[in-house]
Design a protein. Sequence first.
Length: 146
Amino acid sequence: MTDNLTICPKCKAIECCYTVDINEFHKSYSCFDCGFVTSDLMREGEFDFELYESEFPELYKDIKYTDEETRVWYPQVVNIENKGTVFANGTSKEDWQWSAIKSVELTEEEKENPRFKNKTHKSDSASLQNFGKDYYQACEYIGLFD
């Protein structure tokens, strides 16, 4: 299995798309410029998108993108327990942006709460920030690249 940075087939950003060879015929793509993800296995007419999207928020279905090779791209969600979460946030295809929320350590009292069983951090709603279409900055905000 090999991986590298390439030109993004979706947004055409140079050396921002992390690609991984799944096997000798297929790759997965994850772009740190546009924030979308796909694989060669996710092609129109060859993949069960109805089942795949059954648990997706409507926004994610609305902003998916099909490239010239019929791969379908979806916005990524980054969720790292001790850092935070990056996600697409909005009401429609015309009105959305990348948002990020940081994580904070649980207090000793919160650690006793069954709701936080086996957790060390929680989302801090006061830290929510919006980044327009700048996915990279949203990832940087939560410390993904530290």
